[in-house]
Design a protein around this ligand. Sequence first.
Ligand code: FES
Ligand code: FES
Length: 178
Amino acid sequence: MTGQPFHEAGAEPLGLAEPSAVIAFEVNGETVTQQVPARLNVADLLRHTLGLTGTHVGCEQGVCGMCTVIVNGQAVKSCLMFAPQLDGCQVQTVESLAGQDSLSPLQQLFADEHALQCGFCTPAFLMTATALATAGRQMTNADIRAELAGVLCRCTGYEFIVTAVERYLAGKGALASD
Ligand code: FES
Ligand code: FES
């Protein structure tokens, strides 16, 4: 075989080193400074770099909603957000909800209303409902169903989830009459 070798062993591939960024953000009230690859998504940053495995991953393409967390007060699908976009943001994950030995009021409502079975979707519903409670809106039953439609549950049939979220929003003064 003649000509130059395509790539010499041990040499850095020209122009192919993955770019990275140093970002600072807040997660569950703690400041994090981290160097992140440009293509890392937020779900993987939370789970694999920070060990916050309560955020689940399903489709990794923005369809199932399993990866929902709160960024600057908005529920977002963290598989669709690149880690460098978190610079300067405030992030809230499901790990922020429970106390040392107790469930949060929202988690307790999910337990009381039997709003989970396998539980894989539950962190995403909890974070969606948490964001709704601080959105400054009066939500009807139809609004709640529309907002929760971004998270897919294969187990419960949704009715108990809607009931738990309705009770939670009622307690927050954010439930409107239909
Ligand atoms: S894992 Fe993010 S939407 Fe499915
Ligand atoms: S409780 Fe199993 S996917 Fe929702």
